[in-house]
Design a protein around this ligand. Structure first.
Ligand code: IVH
Length: 682
């Protein structure tokens, strides 16, 4: 082969790799349905890097290898927007939404049913960005700035994999702008903070700050290592004479076809009623979205109507941001107490000046552990930012900005357990401090019992915190097995327990004796074994005996079990005391049907692919997908023509609409249960 042939071969292969990488970027970022693993993706990229290193003449600006970031800048150049970047009018109440819809109808002279069509989508909590494409290539990216003039952040934006460097398909104008929001997904934000902390650096308070900080880095190589995401929400400047699709919704569909990611939660709604329904659904789903949103945005869908409505001051008359109550507020840290958990871990708990967060009065919040307190440099008396998202426990995310208050005091870890006085130990290099009292510590006994009876564990009805507290406090019960020695006579007489509730409690215990292996394993409270891992263990081993005998190596080979968890499991069963408790529970009549170990189980759903959306009753999405996977099915995040069915719970998202569009079958919760029951005899 001649040198020329080799060079031609390399050029062909480089072009092919670029195309494949762009294809997989689109599957990942636009369709949310990756076809290959991250490792396989990295291999493609590495091969392209090798070829380009050998043949530097093949490097083009659109190559995905160029996403590593160019030379650092000393400042950002100003960019004058061709079309100003406006803001949105906000509404906080239902009345404000109704008034908005009324004004729109009046101005459009459309007072009859069925009402105005709106495009609805989440209001993303990030930063606005304007992207300029010329001949299908990204040539400029600018921040909003004051709306008239922003900053040129092209070098940084080129490193964001979610933003295509070149567009797909054809038919776009020679030059046009796309506008949208850069943001950071919560899991990416948490990983980034963990990485920064591990490197001894300061973390970010929330994903929004992380996105802003990452985009405004002078060194694009730093931005390249920051996991930023992007959703487009509308067109910017478009040349005169170029016909965009008729509706806002169709414009976003068009963006999708040319490779620009848009929010999958977008939907079309009719009238104020439809808009309110959407708002309420999103308020519920907010907590489970992988990114922060601070409201929903409604936009009159027909672009001709948008033009008729026009603008007032700095905002369109055709759009409204309906905001959610803030999830973050600042308040004063009054004191710090320490709570002892099931495994003895001491959690610093902030006592706060009560503050309304997300519609709920918060006066206590977790500070996680002493490392976090140190990292966030929090002292008693400080003004702090408190966050409460969905059902999660409120947490102190950091110190509020500005001057420090005078007379603050450091937070100190107690030397003795506040519950039993035992020595408190902090393992070398570990964030968590633990009480060494074990089951001598009433807090640990109480917490393990609470866990044992909880709904997802043994599900023993009626044993509330108060009763457990008394049972432990009086020394009546100290191990889970002793619970089963209780009967109505002994229970009667505890505070608030009359004859009738005592009988109910006895019956609840009786019912709980018959359980399932996954529940039983979860109830044991092995460190870091949650319900999903418990189920994986049960499915793998089929019975308790083989699990108790399993070596660390064997445990590590199981889905969901890493080396740390494997060690926790093995040492739990090595402990004589734990074996005794298990023995006593069996003697007390606790039993479960054995399961067939995974290796011997058929995989009746092999070859099928499901997508879950919305919330299911009494079953998390994780559990549902673990059970489908155990039967051989694949569970993915994005709907495509290849999806077998979409399983839709309450308040499903945009995936449902997509399934309808693609003609993918839709199953409800009872159909899912039927499917599991049919194949899953566990
Ligand atoms: S539309 C003329 N849609 O909110 C319309 N904005 O308060 C201008 N934002 O600067 C924006 N999600 O940074 C629009 N789905 C969405 C949005 C959104 C977040 C931000 C954006 C904008 C600000 C306006």
């Amino acid at each position: 082969m001649t040198r020329r042939d080799r060079a031609a071969g390399a050029a062909r292969r480089a072009a092919e790799l670029r195309e494949r990488i762009a294809y997989h970027d689109r599957r990942y970022y636009v369709l949310d349905d990756p076809e290959i693993s991250d490792a396989e993706y990295d291999e493609l990229l590495a091969e392209l890097q090798r070829i380009e290193a050998e043949h530097p003449e093949l490097v083009v600006p659109e190559s995905p290898t160029q996403r590593v970031g160019g030379a650092p800048a000393t400042s950002f150049e100003p960019v004058r927007h061709r079309l100003p970047m406006l803001s949105l009018n906000n509404g906080f109440t239902e009345d404000e939404l109704l008034a908005f819809d009324r004004r729109v109808r009046e101005r459009l002279d459309r007072d009859s049913e069925p009402g105005v069509e709106y495009m609805a989508e989440p209001k993303l909590d990030g930063l606005a960005l304007s992207l300029l494409y010329r001949d299908g290539r990204l040539v400029q990216a600018a921040t909003r700035g004051d709306g008239e003039t922003g900053e040129d952040v092209t070098g940084n934006v080129r490193t964001v994999r979610a933003i295509p460097l070149s567009l797909e398909g054809s038919g776009w104008p020679a030059e046009f702008e796309v506008r949208g929001e850069v943001f950071m997904r919560r899991p990416d934000f948490e990983r980034l903070n963990a990485r920064l902390y591990a490197a001894g650096e300061r973390g970010f308070m929330n994903p929004r700050n992380a996105a802003a900080g990452s985009l405004r880095q002078l060194d694009p190589a730093v931005t390249a290592r920051r996991p930023l995401s992007f959703f487009a929400y509308g067109p910017g400047w478009v040349p005169d004479g170029f016909e965009l699709p008729d509706t806002q919704y169709a414009v976003l569909d068009w963006f999708e076809t040319i490779g620009i990611p848009v929010c999958p939660e977008r939907d079309r709604v009719t009238g104020a009623r439809g808009a309110l329904d959407y708002y309420r659904q999103m308020a519920v789903r907010r907590a489970e979205l992988p990114y922060d949103i601070d409201g929903v945005v409604f936009k009159v869908d027909r672009r001709a109507d948008q033009q008729r409505l026009g603008y007032v001051a700095r905002a369109p008359r055709w759009a409204l941001a309906h905001k959610f109550p803030a999830e973050e507020r600042t308040t004063q840290l009054l004191a710090v107490d320490f709570q002892v958990g099931r495994t003895g871990a001491l959690t610093p708990v902030a006592r706060l000046q009560p503050v309304l967060v997300g519609g709920v009065m918060v006066s206590n919040a977790t500070l996680h552990n002493m490392d976090e307190v140190a990292r966030k440099d929090i002292r008693i008396g400080d003004r702090v930012v408190v966050r409460r998202a969905g059902d999660v426990i409120p947490e102190v995310v950091g110190r509020a900005g500005g001057e420090r208050e005078p007379d603050t005091r450091p937070v100190r870890l107690p030397e003795a357990c506040p519950e039993c006085g035992s020595h408190v130990e902090q393992e070398e290099g570990k964030a968590v401090a633990r009480c060494t009292g074990g089951l001598v510590c009433p807090a640990q006994r109480r917490e393990s019992l609470r866990h044992f009876v909880s709904r997802k564990a043994m599900d023993i009805e009626g044993f509330g915190d108060r009763l457990i507290e008394q049972l432990v406090g009086t020394g009546t019960v100290s191990t889970p097995a002793e619970l089963f020695e209780l009967d109505a006579t002994r229970l009667e007489g505890f505070e608030r327990i009359g004859a009738k509730s005592a009988r109910n409690l006895e019956e609840a215990l009786e019912r709980a004796r018959e359980t399932t292996l996954p529940r039983f394993i979860f109830a044991l409270g092995i460190r870091e074994v949650g319900e999903v891992t418990a189920r994986a263990l049960a499915e793998h081993f089929g019975g308790l005996e083989p699990l108790m005998q399993a070596s660390v190596e064997e445990l590590e080979g199981i889905r969901d079990v890493g080396p740390v968890v494997a060690r926790h499991i093995a040492s739990f069963f090595a402990e004589a005391h734990n074996r005794e408790v298990i023995e006593a529970l069996r003697r007390a009549g606790v039993h479960w049907p054995e399961m067939r170990p995974a290796a011997e189980r058929p995989q009746p759903l092999a070859g099928r692919t499901y997508v879950l959306t919305g919330s299911l009753e009494g079953l998390t999405r994780e559990e549902a997908s673990a059970r489908l996977q155990a039967l051989g099915a694949k569970v993915t995040g994005g709907v495509s023509a290849k999806t077998t069915a979409v399983i839709a719970g309450e308040n499903p998202g945009g995936k449902l609409a997509k399934a309808e569009r693609l003609g993918v079958p839709i199953l409800d919760q009872s159909a899912l249960e039927e499917l599991l029951r049919e194949h899953d005899r566990m």
